[in-house]
Ligand binder design. Structure first.
Ligand code: UDP
Ligand code: MG
Length: 325
């Protein structure tokens, strides 16, 4: 043994259908990782307030000699919070692998992550999706493209498009993530924000075999708004620029109308154009105010300094197969 410790962190939300298969695959993976790289491999499961039996299944599973930590949230806090909890729980590990429970993140790739981490000394190895068609609709793919375009406009760090949460993070990378105090945690952004040396590997995501993605279109929209407003103030600047542009245009048009009335007989025409303009600018103002409100709302949320999650259960099994609470 090189004595290095690797934690595999898995957020679990109503995944009772996939758990048996997941646990079997994880055990095979952990055994092969331990042999190939001389690592101690442990698991951290974070049950994000599942309403099914996911936690009971995990709790009653026989993990044998493997070090396992089982966390249960007091309610559903979201995947980002679950990942944060997993990273907090992996304090003593030299590296952690973050993967989904739904087997859309192929465990085989993890040995590649580990190989690169150990041999090339990078701080994080992540998978990026090469084709989104497989698992997601065109709309979702387009929304995600647009989102990354906006977010990568104006920042000193890069958030790779198509990079998911499937990644390995080493000790100091995790320490950096833990040091970020915000309670609203958009992890894909935070990985980019902390910096360090990162390498991406291509991944063709397989279809979800059981259950459904728990992210609806509405949820994706609000997550997108959240992510944008917590990582860039570019939209505020765009608002100001649009304002300046419209003001200049109106001034020029006003001048044109004055000249027209004074020197030509033309009279400013119909009410339709006026109504259209009022409606148009009314709409613009509501969009701008809404956007501004997003930023203010975000400040209010963060000002409360609430923790990102609350634990209901925290069970540690140190390899003897006996639970101690
Ligand atoms: N998940 C979670 N909390 C949630 C929603 C999802 O912990 O509120 C977990 C879920 O159990 C899975 C991972 O996050 O392990 C990804 O979820 P999903 O497959 O629904 O998302 P997608 O693959 O569409 O991104
Ligand atoms: Mg999934």
């Amino acid at each position: 043994m090189t004595g290095k410790k690797l934690s595999i962190v898995i957020p679990v939300y109503n995944e009772v259908d996939v758990l048996p298969e997941l646990l079997a695959q994880l055990e095979r993976l952990a055994t092969s990782l331990a042999e190939r790289f001389q690592l101690t491999v442990g698991f951290v499961f974070v049950d994000d307030g599942s309403t099914d039996d996911s936690f009971a299944v995990l709790d009653s599973h026989d993990f044998g000699q493997r070090p396992v930590r089982l966390l249960q949230f007091s309610r559903n806090f979201g995947k980002e919070a679950a990942l944060s909890a997993g990273i907090d729980a992996a304090q003593s590990a030299d590296a952690a692998v973050l993967m989904d429970a739904d087997l859309q993140h192929p465990p085989e790739m993890i040995s590649e992550f580990v190989r690169i981490w150990l041999s090339e000394g990078v701080d994080s190895v992540y998978a990026y999706k090469v084709s989104r068609r497989n698992s997601e609709g065109y709309l979702k793919a387009f929304a995600s493209r647009l989102f990354f375009w906006v977010i990568n406009r104006n920042i000193r760090y890069h958030i790779p498009p198509d990079a998911g949460d499937f990644r390995l993070v080493n000790h100091r990378f995790m320490k950096a993530l833990r040091s970020l105090p915000e309670s609203d945690r958009f992890m894909k952004g935070l990985y980019g924000w902390v910096g360090f040396r990162q390498t991406g590997l291509p991944l063709e995501p397989p279809m979800r075999e059981h259950g459904q993605s728990s992210f609806s279109a509405f949820r994706l929209f609000s997550m997108t708004m959240d992510a944008i407003t917590s990582f860039t103030t570019t939209p505020l600047r765009l608002m100001a620029m649009a304002g300046i542009f419209i003001a200049m245009f109106s001034a020029a048009y006003g001048l044109f109308v004055i000249i027209e009335t004074l020197f030509f007989t033309g009279v400013a025409n119909g009410i339709a154009s006026v109504l259209t303009l009022i409606a148009f600018f009314g709409g613009m103002q509501m969009i701008f105010l809404g956007l501004l409100g997003e930023y203010i709302g975000k400040s209010v949320q963060e000002a409360k300094k609430r923790p990102p999650y609350i634990l209901a259960e925290d069970i540690t099994r140190e390899g003897d197969g006996v639970a101690d609470r």
